[in-house]
Design a protein around this ligand. Structure first.
Ligand code: NAD
Ligand code: MG
Length: 348
């Protein structure tokens, strides 16, 4: 290990907007990422056309936001860069609709590598294939841009026939605000595999299981569900905010010595060697394509297990208890805000 940062970080000065300024970008999809990319590009002066099906409920929103709307095929026909921002499971079908409209030298761009990496989309050999993946939900990509701030992002090049794929991707990242915060280069493989592993093992899967098991342990031992909710779920945010701000160190510095000693001695008892072995197994499933095949088959079958699992999660006791408590807290918060306002007015 060295202190050298091995990955180069690209900022505004590293991007040259001439690579995108006179091009047309087709943004396919107007959801979380789509609406943000489309509006940021347009505000940056790039020619944008949003590609949506005739019956898409997003058409109205895109038009109301002042954007040009066409079908995916029409949009792709007009564009130099086609940004694939429909859900990952829908992308292969949308790709079939637009494939014929890709001209040699055009760019097919993604915000996640799944379909390229697992060969669900096989792009023609005469186009560039790139990725700009903002590391945050779309509403923040939009809000940060409007506030003059940026959203960190990843850049990857899968096919570079123009010899300008990276420059163009950086210009795109500049136009949606990512280079204001910093963009790092990766590959489709690395982005896809780390993203899937992270969401399964740590972020979405690991954390929710840790919370539920902690909650159940307390409730089964006779403690009140409300206390269990606060300890195991509500306080998670406070801890994560500290780690986000200043790493593990800032969190350890901020909690009591008792919490620090207890955490340092018991953390590995809970997330032990078994958990580590399970993580390695989950990573293997991501790497060898087992997870991708399972997820694709699940979609083809109409999502039977997914639907069931979603329902079971909604029915978990912690959701009912939490819903009630969050209502009480929102109410308490509103009241304290009103009090503050009253005080300010009194001082005036
Ligand atoms: P989304 O689900 O928010 O948006 C999907 C949009 O696609 C819809 O609003 C609609 O306009 C369109 N759409 C939906 N179903 C469709 C269908 N059957 N046919 C045609 N169009 C349809 O998607 P998203 O979360 O913005 O994801 C887009 C891409 O961005 C994905 O590759 C995703 O992995 C990636 N990504 C998402 C996030 C995020 O935080 N949401 C972050 C980084 C990257
Ligand atoms: Mg993800």
């Amino acid at each position: 290990m060295t202190d050298e940062f091995t990955t180069e970080v690209y900022y505004d000065d590293d991007a040259n907007r001439t690579y995108i300024d006179d091009k047309t970008v087709a943004v396919l999809g107007y959801g979380s990422q789509g609406h943000a990319h489309a509006q940021n590009l347009a505000d940056s002066g790039v020619d944008v056309v949003v590609g949506l099906r005739e019956d898409s409920s997003s058409r109205k929103a895109a038009a109301e936001d002042g954007l040009d709307v066409a079908t995916p095929a029409e949009a792709a026909a007009r564009a130099d860069i086609v940004s694939m921002l429909v859900p990952d499971t829908v992308q292969p079908a949308v790709f079939e609709e637009i494939e014929g409209e890709l001209e040699p030298g055009n760019t097919l761009q993604f915000a996640h590598g799944f379909n390229i990496h697992y060969n669900q989309i096989e792009p023609p050999e005469n186009v560039d294939v790139t990725m700009i993946a903002p590391k945050s939900p779309g509403h923040l990509v939009r809000r940060n841009y409007e506030n003059g701030e940026g959203t960190p992002g990843l850049l990857a090049v899968y096919q570079n026939v123009s010899d300008e794929a990276k420059e163009e991707a950086l210009a795109y990242a500049h136009a949606i605000g990512c280079t204001r915060a910093g963009v790092i280069e990766t590959s489709f493989r690395e982005e896809t595999e780390t993203d899937l592993f992270g969401e399964q093992a740590v972020l979405c899967g690991g954390v929710t299981s840790l919370i539920k098991q902690g909650y159940e342990t307390l409730v089964d031992a006779g403690y009140s569900p409300e206390m269990a909710y606060f300890e195991c779920l509500n306080e998670m945010k406070l801890i994560v905010d500290l780690m986000y701000e200043g790493g593990l160190g800032e969190m350890w510095d901020s909690v009591s010595d008792t919490a620090e000693y207890g955490g340092l001695t018991k953390g590995d008892v809970i997330v032990d060697d078994h958990a580590r072995e399970n993580m390695e197994r989950v990573l293997e499933g991501v790497q060898n394509g087992t997870f991708a095949r399972e997820w694709i088959a699940e979609n083809q079958a109409g999502r039977p297990s997914y639907t069931q699992l979603r329902q079971a999660e909604k029915n978990h006791d912690i959701e009912r208890v939490g819903g009630r408590l969050r209502e009480l807290f929102a109410w308490a918060q509103e009241e304290s805000e009103t009090e503050e306002k009253t005080e300010v007015t009194a001082d005036d």
